[in-house]
Design a protein around this ligand. Structure first.
Ligand code: NAI
Length: 377
C-alpha cells in the first residue's frame, strides 16, 4: 500500500512529545515523514528535519512557510501533526484544516471554548479529519473496558472515579524553572494549569470508557505552591448525560505518585479498574464474585482490544504504541475507513468547555455549572 505523507509542526529535538509522535506515526509503515516545521528556531528546525530524512525544500523554518509550501504541491502531506505549545494549536490547526489538510492536534486542542467550537465547525465544513491526541484511549485494555461497559458486563454505570495525579511539579524550590513555570502562568497556559494539562485526559477517559458525555461539573482548584497563579491541584465532581456520577482528582504536587493516571468504573453488577502504570491489565470484579485480572493478549478479548494489541501476552505495551494506534486509525480514516473511537474535535471542544466551566465553578465556590460547549447543548 502507498505510504501516506506526514508533516509535523513542533516536536523538535529535545521536546517531550515529539519522539512519541515519530515512533507512533512511523511504527507501522503507514506514514513517512515528508515535511516539518519542527522548532520555534527556524534554522534549528530545518536542520533537525533534514537529519530525520526530510528533503531540504520541505524542511521549513515555520508553520506558515510549511502551509504555503505544501499547499501548492501535488504530493502534499496527507496529515499534519501539531505538537507545539498549547497557545499555538488553534491558529495552526484552523489554518491547515482550511487549506484542506487533515490534522492531528495535541491536547488541549485550543485555549478557549470559542476557538474549539470554531475548529469543530471548520472540520465539519471542510470535511477534513481533525483528531486530538487523547492517546491513552487507544490502549488495548482501555478498549476492553469500554467494550465491557457497552456490552453490559458491569450493568448500568453508577460511578466513575479517575485520577491523573503526579508529583513532578511538587518541589517548590524548582517552581521557577522555566520548563515548569509556564504551565502555571495564565499568559502561557490560559485559564487552567493542571486540569487543562492532565485533568482533561482523565475526563476524556471517563467519557470514553463509560460511552457517555459530561453534562455538569463542580470544581475546586488550588494553587498549593503559593507563587503559582494557576491551579496545581483540582478536584472535579461531575455528572454525565446518562446519570453516572463522576469524581476526578488531578494534581502535579502528589509527590510519590509517578504517572498517576487511573480509572475505576463501578456498575450495578460489577466494577473495572485500569491504571496507566500497569496498562496490560484490566481488573474486573463481578458483584458478589472474585476479582479477576484480564490480561492483554489473552483469548476472548473484544475485537477492538485484539486489533490494538501489538505485542504478545506478558510483554508490556508502551505508551508510544497507544499513539501509534491513533496514527493507524488516522491512516484508515484518510483512506476512507472511519473507525469508532478516534478522538476528534468534538472531544477537543468538550474538554475546553469543561476547563472553562471548572474555572467558573471553582471561582464560584464550587457551584454546579453546565460543562457542555454551546454547540452540544
Ligand atoms: P516542549 O516544550 O517539550 O516542545 C515543544 C516543541 O515545539 C519544541 O521543539 C519547540 O521548539 C517547538 N515549537 C514551539 N513553538 C513552535 C512553532 N511556533 N513552530 C514550530 N515549532 C514550535 O513541549 P511538549 O511537552 O512536547 O508539548 C507539546 C504539546 O504536546 C503541548 O500541547 C502538550 O500539552 C502536548 N503533550 C501531550 C501529551 C499527551 O499525552 N498527549 C504529553 C505531553 C505533551
Amino acid at each position: 500500500m502507498k505510504k501516506l505523507k506526514w508533516g509535523m509542526i513542533g516536536g523538535g529535538e529535545g521536546s517531550q512529545i515529539g519522539p512519541a509522535h515519530r515512533l507512533g506515526a512511523l511504527a507501522d509503515g503507514h506514514f513517512e515523514l515528508a515535511a516539518g516545521a519542527l522548532d520555534h528556531r527556524p534554522e534549528v528546525g530545518r536542520e533537525y528535519a533534514q537529519r530525520l530524512g526530510v528533503a531540504a525544500d520541505r524542511a521549513y523554518g515555520g508553520w506558515e512557510d510549511m502551509l504555503a509550501g505544501e499547499q501548492g504541491r501535488e504530493d502534499r502531506v496527507d496529515l499534519v501533526t501539531v505538537a507545539t505549545p498549547n497557545s499555538t494549536h488553534f491558529e495552526i490547526t484552523k489554518s491547515f484544516l482550511e487549506a484542506g489538510f487533515n490534522v492531528l492536534c495535541e491536547k488541549p486542542m485550543t485555549m478557549t471554548v470559542e476557538e474549539g467550537e470554531e475548529i469543530v465547525r471548520v472540520a465539519e465544513s471542510t470535511g477534513k479529519i481533525c483528531a486530538v491526541n487523547y492517546c491513552y484511549s487507544a490502549y488495548p485494555m482501555v478498549r476492553q473496558a469500554r467494550a465491557m461497559v457497552r456490552t453490559g458486563e458491569i450493568g448500568k454505570v453508577r460511578l466513575v472515579v479517575t485520577n491523573f495525579s503526579h508529583g513532578h511539579h511538587g518541589d517548590a524550590t524548582d517552581a521557577d524553572n522555566p520548563r515548569v513555570r509556564w504551565r502555571y502562568d495564565p499568559k502561557m497556559a490560559g485559564v487552567s494549569g493542571q486540569f487543562a494539562d492532565c485533568g482533561i485526559h482523565a475526563l476524556h477517559m471517563a467519557s470514553f470508557v463509560c460511552d457517555d458525555e459530561v453534562k455538569t461539573l463542580s470544581a475546586d482548584f488550588a494553587s498549593t505552591i503559593a507563587s503559582r497563579e494557576l491551579e496545581d491541584d483540582a478536584m472535579v465532581n461531575f455528572r454525565m448525560d446518562g446519570g453516572t456520577v463522576g469524581r476526578l482528582w488531578t494534581s502535579s504536587v502528589a509527590i510519590g505518585r509517578q504517572h498517576g493516571f487511573d480509572i475505576q468504573i463501578f456498575g450495578e453488577t460489577g466494577g473495572l479498574r485500569w491504571a496507566s502504570e500497569q496498562p496490560n491489565q484490566l481488573i474486573y470484579t463481578p458483584v458478589g464474585g472474585r476479582t479477576q485480572i484480564i490480561e492483554k493478549g489473552e483469548g476472548g478479548l473484544s475485537a477492538d482490544a485484539e486489533r490494538l494489541s501489538r505485542v504478545a501476552i506478558a510483554h508490556p505495551e508502551g505508551f508510544p504504541l497507544a499513539v501509534a494506534n491513533i496514527y493507524c486509525d488516522l491512516a484508515d480514516a484518510i483512506r476512507g475507513e472511519i473507525r469508532d473511537g478516534l478522538p476528534n474535535a468534538a472531544d477537543g471542544v468538550r474538554s475546553m468547555a469543561a476547563v472553562h466551566a471548572a474555572v467558573a465553578s471553582s471561582n464560584d465556590n464550587g457551584a454546579w455549572v453546565d460543562a457542555r460547549p454551546s454547540i452540544f447543548r
